[in-house]
Design a protein around this ligand. Structure first.
Ligand code: ADP
Ligand code: MG
Length: 238
């Protein structure tokens, strides 16, 4: 997939400074979690990477291309939201194929890509069902399918599991990480759940009040937290 570089990024909403001088490099095939308390700017940052929000300063670079002013649909990055972001009136196959239909791909090509994604996600037997007749885990897989069919340069996850019950959430952590490995993907994964980040990510970016407190592997952060905030955040119960 691709390497993603965030350079000197800042974001204000009017007088509200939401992000300050953020620098992050996500390597090709890396799984990086962005963690931090609610309101610290995680979703805003992810939306800027996706091209859904303008920057106040800085750059977003995909491989060697500056995409700061490139529209979202030409960045080839796939956002994955909570499972309830499915279209309730569309069948599983139509939900998965939706981004391709929007692009105007021929029907046969859409069908082939949907089938391929459904096989990877173990959804082949459910293609004719409506989302309301699926389990929570299956719905989450459909949301993943919609991202996979586009063959994106990276996956951008915004708290994709926060809508699921505790048991399923734990199961889906390993499913998503397994899929990332299987596809050789590059993933940026936003969560406020430090356990999720610790169990899934190659590296974790700990954010707080619009700045980065620390970046490291789960082990590095656990063994050598840079400050009281990082230690407290990672040690707090879910
Ligand atoms: P997180 O995802 O970490 O919970 P967000 O990125 O959603 O945080 O929000 C960070 C801050 O930016 C919050 O104070 C939020 O209220 C503010 N914010 C987010 N989007 C907007 C917007 N479109 N206009 C004004 N303020 C916003
Ligand atoms: Mg958020």
């Amino acid at each position: 997939m691709a390497k993603i570089t965030i350079k000197n990024l800042s974001k204000n909403f009017g007088l509200l400074k939401v992000l300050n001088n953020i620098d992050i490099t996500v390597q090709d095939k890396e799984f990086v979690a962005l963690v931090g308390p609610s309101g610290c700017g995680k979703s805003t940052l992810l939306r800027m990477i996706a091209g859904l929000e303008t920057l106040s300063a800085g750059d977003i670079i995909v491989d060697d291309t500056v995409v700061t002013n490139t529209p979202a649909q030409r960045r080839d990055l796939a956002m994955v939201f909570q499972s309830y972001a499915l279209y309730p009136h569309l069948k599983v196959s139509e939900n998965i194929g939706f981004p391709l239909k929007m692009r105007g791909l021929p029907k046969a090509e859409i069908a082939e890509k949907v089938e391929n994604a459904a096989n990877i996600l173990k959804l082949a037997d459910y293609l004719d069902r409506l989302p309301k007749h699926l389990s929570g885990g299956q719905r989450q897989r459909v949301a993943m399918g919609r991202a996979i069919v586009r063959s994106p340069k990276a996956f951008l996850f915004d708290e994709p599991l926060s809508n699921l019950d505790a048991k399923l959430r734990i199961h889906m952590r390993s499913e998503i990480r397994g899929l990332h490995d299987e596809l050789g993907a590059t993933s940026i994964y936003v969560t406020h759940d430090q356990v999720e980040a610790m169990t899934m990510a190659d590296r974790i970016v700990v954010m707080h009040g619009g700045i980065i407190e620390q970046v490291g592997t789960p082990m590095e952060l656990f063994d050598r937290p840079k400050n009281v905030f990082v230690a407290g955040f990672l040690g707090a119960p879910t």
